[in-house]
Design a protein around this ligand. Structure first.
Ligand SMILES: Nc1ncnc2c1ncn2[C@@H]1O[C@H](COP(=O)(O)OP(=O)(O)OP(=O)(O)O)[C@@H](O)[C@H]1O
Ligand SMILES: [Mg+2]
Length: 239
């Protein structure tokens, strides 16, 4: 990072840190000083805010660590069964988004891809998390896998959510960008997920794109190379 970008980054991060910290401090102080005067409902409400703001901080710190590791943590390429890794992500996020239907449509005989498995799981987690976060409860999120061509696989994450305006297409992968829609204001996030996702996809020689219709939903598409031994050797020499 150049100095100006780094200064800007630090300024934004400090702001992002200060907002939840101020709120945690404020509600803790109120709880401590007015405990006897507050009703149970209010106490519960304040503690809930403290919990939400702590989660926001944890998410931010984890994302900042991921950003800082992008250039230093080189991928460890392996044979990865993407259907298997996606199933892990679906299981985990199914617990977080109990009121969404996270479905899969896997091509059964899909060959392994040449990927860093942890980074691939991080990519899928970000995309499926967004698909649930930016669609209403009760909606479907569908993840499918297929052949793109004889050398590549295609993974799609399709939601029935708010959609992304065509004008926002160029900025969606920028740092700290959150688009304006009624679900962005209701949900937590720092706008780092897609920035990290795109960097990780490209680091693993993949491609990411999306198609979207406002109010109807969005489909993110990932393309990754299929595993082959020569490429695997070349990649391990690079990293
Ligand atoms: N599937 C989607 N449907 C509609 N809007 C989306 C979708 N995915 C991302 N967005 C929009 O793009 C913005 C950037 O997404 P990104 O994942 O980078 O950040 P975030 O989800 O706000 O926060 P973070 O991922 O850091 O917790 C979101 O705030 C949201 O407005
Ligand atoms: Mg996100």
């Amino acid at each position: 990072m150049t100095n100006t970008i780094q200064d800007e980054f630090i300024a934004t991060v400090s702001h992002e840190l200060r907002t939840p910290l101020t709120s945690i401090r404020g509600f803790s102080q109120t709880l401590l000083s007015s405990w006897d005067k507050l009703g149970d409902e209010d106490k519960k409400k304040f503690i809930k805010i403290i919990e939400e703001q702590s989660n926001r901080l944890i998410n931010l710190v984890e994302n900042i660590l991921s950003v800082s590791k992008i250039n230093t943590d080189k991928p460890i390429f392996k044979k990865v069964d993407v259907n298997n890794s996606i199933s892990e992500v679906v299981q985990l996020l199914g617990q977080k988004y109990k009121n969404h239907f996270i479905l899969t449509d896997f091509t059964a005989d899909l060959p392994p891809a040449l990927l860093d498995e942890d980074k691939f799981i991080q990519i899928m987690t970000n995309l499926v998390d967004n698909a649930c976060k930016y669609s209403e409860e009760g909606k479907n999120v569908k993840i499918s896998t297929s052949y793109y061509d004889s050398e590549k696989i295609l993974i799609e994450v399709k939601d029935e959510g708010v959609g992304i305006k065509i004008n926002d297409k160029s900025k969606i992968y920028d740092k700290f960008i959150r688009l304006e829609n009624h679900l962005t204001s209701k949900t937590q996030g720092n706008g780092l997920g897609l920035y990290i996702t795109k960097r990780l996809v490209e680091e693993m020689r993949g491609k990411i794109d999306f198609v979207s219709e406002e109010g109807k939903g969005t489909t993110f598409e990932l393309i990754f190379p299929i595993y082959n031994q020569e490429e695997a050797m070349a990649c391990s020499q690079l990293s």
